[in-house]
Design a binder for this molecule. Structure first.
Ligand code: ATP
Length: 612
């Protein structure tokens, strides 16, 4: 590599360290100041040691010569040396306590920064695999890199002080010895930097591979996926993929280790040669009787200087490597994010004219296909509209556009004549309520599984949570649990209680319906429910409410039949629109689906449209 570039990069190495220091200062001024002071004192202790050693050697020599036995002087030097040793130990304990304190605060602060940033992304951005890679790299590195960087910065600062003070003493004794001693650690440093760069490049290039490995590990360790792994006897598939990915990772690690070894050997030899040269020069100079007393101190200073140089370079090269990894964090924090446009208006509490889709088309980012193709219709308040269609027809996509989880590629959605984009996004999200097809099973308390739907409501009282639980027929069951609504839901954490699929779905329904929404999107809300519970719940879910637009995406006709109106979708297009009777008399896709289901068939035999 170009030496100039090297020089520039090395000069830049401490900068991210200083950035980390300033973050630490902002997070904990007292702790950071304490750390700086302790490091400074630790840094000058070795110089004091060299001075005392020289004084001790002089006193011992004169004692040996019998000219003037300075017993008191010898004792004072020895006592001071012991005190210095003890002081160094106590200070280093204080230093590690201060480092730990600052590291912990720093890591928490940066981790919060990353997760805060992650919550700003849109669904399309989060689904982008490159964003996923970047986020995961950032989360992985932030746990320990900033802390390491801070510790290395402290180390570097301490060693600069040691190096300066001991180096000054050595230089006054003989500049040639000082120069050789200072040069010796350079080759090792170079090797460390090159090795760090290679390791970073390797890790960066295999982010996707690591995620794939994590995925197979996840499949083999999560109860939800394990049930299929066991039932389908997928262990050989999981293991084969896991081993294949591990083999790739291990192979690359071994190749890197071999390359690093070949690089390190000549560098270590060069360092050893320079060290021996420094010591030999010192001994040659020291044979002069005048210098004999100081020779001990010189040899000690060479050792200290070298140790300090090595630690200094070790810290700087470590900082250089860590800043490469910390770039992952900065890269993520700097990722382009386009906040969805929003207006100033408050979303209506009651809808008057309706929600109108005007020529809406939508393609998922990166997909050439249209999930929705030029759809236009109006959803009336006070009505329940069912959306039906074959798999992949675009039903869930339609629901997601309503809450602006995605933006239409063409056309617009207007509420009482006002485009969705003219409303404040928070007010819109508070008024559009969802029961998702793939709802989340929160591994939190049972009560929280419901109350999460109310976090932005003025009334979040327990009464409301209980009322929602009663509505979905879960109250009695919850009340019978060991800690009632406080019981941990799911088996992920200690003491958790597992629910059946239908019970989890009922909690998701309660979460969605507890909200005071003017638009309700229910995507297959009863798919996991038994028929009796479904019938009871549909009375609530499919009951029209004045001022509210209700969308019921459903495959089961038990749900569809309760709707006031049905929109039939096929391959992203709206193909039929009417009530049950009207659609049956049309004899189109709806009628075929209905007949297929009531006749007990699984699919639509002979349907002119294909499932995707
Ligand atoms: N997150 C996504 N990213 C890319 N494509 C998607 C995404 N979600 C859905 N699609 C695609 O969009 C199309 C419509 O999907 P959608 O989920 O809206 O269908 P659906 O009618 O709800 O189907 P189902 O009845 O199976 O739930 C499908 O072709 C699907 O592959």
């Amino acid at each position: 590599m170009n030496p100039r570039l090297w020089h520039r990069r090395l000069a830049q190495a401490p900068r991210p360290g200083l950035a980390v220091l300033s973050r630490s200062w902002r997070g904990d001024r007292a702790g950071t100041a304490q750390l700086a002071l302790i490091s400074l004192v630790i840094g000058v202790l070795p110089a004091g040691q060299v001075k005392l050693t020289a004084a001790l050697a002089t006193a011992l020599l004169s004692a040996a010569g019998g000219s003037d036995p300075q017993v008191r002087g010898i004792l004072v030097c020895l006592s001071l040396l012991s005190l210095l040793g003890l002081g160094a130990q106590v200070l280093s304990l204080l230093q590690s306590r201060a480092v730990q304190r600052c590291q912990s605060r720093l890591s928490a602060h940066m981790s919060d920064e990353i997760i805060s940033r992650a919550t700003l992304f849109t669904l399309s951005e989060v689904e982008d695999p490159s964003v996923q890679d970047s986020l995961q790299r950032a989360v992985r590195e932030v746990a320990f890199r900033p802390g390491m960087m801070l510790a290395q910065l402290v180390q570097a600062a301490t060693q600069v002080v040691t190096f300066g003070s001991v180096g000054a003493i050595l230089w006054t004794l003989d500049f040639r010895v000082a120069l050789l001693a200072m040069l010796a650690p350079f080759p090792t440093l170079l090797a460390q930097i090159l090795q760090g760069r290679r390791a970073h490049a390797l890790e960066h290039s295999r982010s996707e591979e690591r995620r794939r490995l994590n995925y197979w590990q996840h499949l083999a360790s999560q109860p939800n996926s394990m049930k299929e792994v066991l039932a389908f006897r997928l262990a050989p598939v999981v293991l084969a993929n896991h081993r294949r990915l591990l083999a790739g990772i291990v192979g690359a690690d071994l190749r890197l280790a071999n390359r690093n070894f070949r690089l390190a050997i000549p560098m270590v030899i060069a360092t050893a040669v320079l060290t021996v040269s420094a010591q030999a020069t010192a001994v040659l100079i020291g044979t002069d009787a005048r210098h004999v007393a100081g020779l001990l101190a010189v040899i000690q200073a060479i050792g200290m200087l070298q140790g300090s140089m090595q630690q200094l370079f070790g810290a700087v090269s470590g900082m250089y490597v860590n800043q490469l990894y910390l770039r992952n964090v900065n890269e993520f924090l700097a990722l382009g994010h386009t906040p969805p446009p929003q207006g100033e208006l408050t979303f209506p509490q009651e809808i008057v004219a309706g929600v109108e889709f005007r020529g809406v088309s939508f393609s998922y980012p990166g997909s050439g296909q249209r999930a929705l193709e030029n759809v236009s219709f109006t959803l009336k308040p006070g009505q329940v509209t069912a959306i039906v269609g074959l798999n992949g027809a675009g039903k869930s996509t339609l629901g997601k556009l309503l809450g602006r989880l995605y933006e239409p590629t063409e056309g617009s959605i207007v509420v009482d004549g006002v485009p969705l984009t003219d409303f404040r996004l928070d007010s819109l999200r508070d008024r559009v309520s969802y029961v998702f097809q793939n709802y989340v099973e929160y591994q939190l308390s049972v009560g929280e599984n419901i109350s999460l739907g109310l976090v932005h409501e003025t009334d979040q009282g327990a009464g409301r949570v209980e009322a929602a639980a009663r509505e979905v027929g879960m109250h009695e069951h919850i009340a019978s649990l060991p800690q009632g609504y406080q019981t941990q839901a799911g088996k992920l954490f200690t003491g958790g209680v597992e629910f059946s699929g239908g019970q989890w779905q009922r909690l998701a329904i309660a979460r969605g319906t507890a909200r005071s929404a003017s638009v309700r999107v229910m995507d297959e809300p009863t798919a996991a429910l038994d028929t009796i519970t479904e019938a009871e719940l549909l009375d609530t879910l499919a009951t029209a409410s004045a001022g509210r637009v209700s969308l019921l995406i459903a495959h089961r006709f038990s749900s569809v039949l309760r709707a006031d109106r049905v929109l039939v979708f096929d391959r992203g297009r709206l193909v039929e629109d009417g009530d049950h009777q009207e659609l049956m008399s049309l004899g189109g896709l709806y009628a075929q689906m209905y007949e297929a289901q009531t006749a007990g068939h699984q699919g639509v035999a002979g349907a002119g449209t294909g499932a995707r």
